[in-house]
Design a binder for this molecule. Structure first.
Ligand SMILES: Nc1nc2c(c(=O)[nH]1)N[C@H]1C(S)=C(S)[C@@H](COP(=O)(O)O)O[C@H]1N2
Ligand SMILES: [Mo]
Length: 548
């Protein structure tokens, strides 16, 4: 104690502050490595970076989230995690430097991060046990001890047996007496280097093992997915007409392959659900026969197969968050009717259906829409295979005509009938609309913005969608010219998008191409620009090109 007090009175020079900062980073690294390893034992989502990341996603104001999606797209999660690591690194540097003078304060600071991580982990909506706190707490403990130990080598050469040994070696070696380089007091250089190097090596090894264990987590889920054999649907979709897809370079294919299908969700770790253990509960207001269904229960019911285009409310005009797939699943209205649910129009007390996912997402949909005859379904298959994990395996909801955030719950495990008045789901709490039918939209896929096509015939082509109303007409305008009707590909169903194209005699110069669609209710896509929040962007998509 006396020694330490004396050390603290001496201002450490910058080399020791720098080594202290390095110790801070090593301590942070060790904490995360230990946490990673423990998270593999508890569950990957309990790792502090994932937990804090998840909490930050939930706390991110809608405009910031929107901005992040716009700028980083599907990489937004990677950017977030790198950001958290960068902040941690800066704080670790500072704590380490602080620890050179105030050793215990530095170590306590590391523990404080453990508390923050633990609090985030146990308060995640999908956390079911205090075990989720362990990776953060024990990781921070390891980091705090390491920082305390490392800094000990910097503050005196004579305090611990290990550093005493180092001091002896130093004196025997005589190569560079510590006192000549750091005259303010002695420090145990050799002990520090050894301890720091071994801490770094052990942390790297522990972290690597933790990483690979986490990466291979969910083997049961993977095996359960491989075993799924999708029966042929009792109510198949018609064959997609050859005329539903044009052969035009650059146009979105009519069916979006699973690997290209956009992904939007809040999950930093994609849930891997074991289908054999999965259950779906249906309960709540007006559910006369609450039910619990297994994956096999659903698989052995009559299945419907439908082509449905899914759109994200965060999609900007002209944006990429729209895709079309062939889904296989159970008609939701039948399942609800079986549970005794009635839509409000037939006297049912519940007007909102809240679906909950295994990762705690809540999504609210109007019961009336789900039971009005449209093909709302609990999907088990996507384009001929079981749902990919990214897209909600084992089961998700798909509802024609509603944006994903009010309908398309992935990794669903619970359906509760309730009212809009009594419950606000996740996105509504964050400023998005309670109800959000998909807006009539159209997009120019080709030519791309700022393309430089040759003068002559240029194909302008793209897709238009107004799910559950259907697309009736698409028009294209060159600069301020008249609207020209585009050719429409055959309509698959009114729940899918439609390709369109227009050959254009392009002439030299800069041109603005604009598209608009008319849906089957006769409504023309509005030119009024709105933001994505609260219920979807509107406006016309334009592309500027230079014809050479
Ligand atoms: N569990 C869960 N389901 C979710 C979401 C989510 O964040 N978590 N996002 C929703 C949103 S906003 C959209 S647009 C669709 C996207 O589905 P996809 O990723 O399969 O394209 O999923 C919906 N279902
Ligand atoms: Mo979305």
């Amino acid at each position: 104690m006396k020694d330490e007090e004396k050390d603290q009175r001496v201002r450490p020079g910058w080399p020791r502050l720098a080594l202290g900062a390095l110790s801070g980073v090593l301590a942070g690294f060790a904490s995360l490595a230990v946490a990673e390893l423990l998270a593999a034992a508890v569950r990957p989502q309990s790792s502090p970076v994932i937990a804090v990341g998840g909490a930050s996603i939930d706390a991110t104001p809608a405009p910031v989230k929107d901005w992040a999606i716009r700028h980083f797209g599907t990489d937004d999660k990677l950017v977030l995690q790198c950001g958290i690591l960068a902040v941690l690194a800066v704080l670790a540097l500072a704590l380490g430097a602080l620890a050179v003078r105030f050793r215990r304060v530095g170590a306590a600071g590391v523990l404080l991060f453990g508390v923050v991580g633990a609090a985030a982990a146990v308060s995640r909506p999908d956390s079911t046990s205090f075990a989720d706190a362990l990776p953060s707490v024990l990781g921070a403990l390891a980091g705090a001890l390491l920082l305390y130990g490392l800094v000990g080598h910097l503050t005196t050469g004579k305090r611990t047996p290990a550093s005493a040994a180092g001091a002896v070696v130093k004196q025997a070696g005589e190569s560079q007496p510590a006192s000549s380089e750091f005259p303010e007091c002695g420090w145990d250089r050799r002990g520090f280097v050894l301890a720091a190097a071994s801490a770094a090596a052990v942390s790297a090894a522990v972290g690597a093992v933790g990483r690979s264990l986490n990466a291979s987590h969910g083997q049961d889920a993977i095996a359960s997915r491989q075993k799924v054999v999708l029966p042929s649907p009792g109510s198949p979709a018609g064959p997609v007409s050859k005329r539903a897809g044009f052969h035009i370079q650059g146009i979105s294919p009519f069916v979006t392959p699973n690997g290209d299908f956009y992904r939007v969700d809040t999950a930093l770790v994609v849930p891997k659900v074991d289908a054999t253990a999965w259950r779906l509960r249906i309960h709540g207001k007006g559910v006369r026969h609450p039910g619990v269904y297994s994956f096999d229960d659903l698989l052995h019911r009559e299945l419907i197969e439908r082509d449905i285009t899914l759109t994200c409310v965060s999609n900007e005009v002209g944006g990429p968050y729209v895709g079309n797939a062939r889904w296989i699943g159970v008609r939701l209205a039948d399942l609800l009717a079986e549970c005794g649910v009635k839509p409000p129009s037939r006297g049912g007390p519940a007007d909102q259906l809240v679906s909950r996912s295994v990762d705690g997402m809540t999504i609210g949909s109007p019961v009336e829409d789900l039971m009005d005859g449209r093909d709302a379904m609990l999907a088990l298959g996507m384009n001929g295979e079981p749902l990919p994990f990214d897209h909600g395996f084992p089961v998700r909801m798909i509802v024609p005509g509603l944006y994903g955030f009010v309908s398309a719950c992935k990794w669903i495990e619970d359906i509760e009938l309730t009212t809009f008045d009594s419950y606000d789901p996740y996105w509504v709490k964050r400023g998005w609309a309670r109800k959000a039918p998909i807006k009539t939209e159209s997009r120019i896929d080709t030519p791309k913005p700022f393309a430089r096509p040759q003068a002559g015939t240029v194909m302008i082509a793209g897709v238009a969608w107004a799910q559950h109303r259907g697309i009736d007409k698409v028009e294209v305008r060159i600069d301020d010219g008249p609207w020209q009707e585009a050719h429409l590909a055959a309509e698959d169903t009114r729940d899918t998008w439609r390709q369109w194209s227009l050959p254009w005699q392009a002439y030299k110069g800069g041109h603005t191409l604009t598209v608009r669609a008319t849906d089957r209710t006769g409504a023309v896509q509005t030119d009024k620009r709105t933001r994505t929040i609260p219920d979807g962007a509107s406006g016309w998509h334009s592309v500027v090109v230079t014809v050479e």
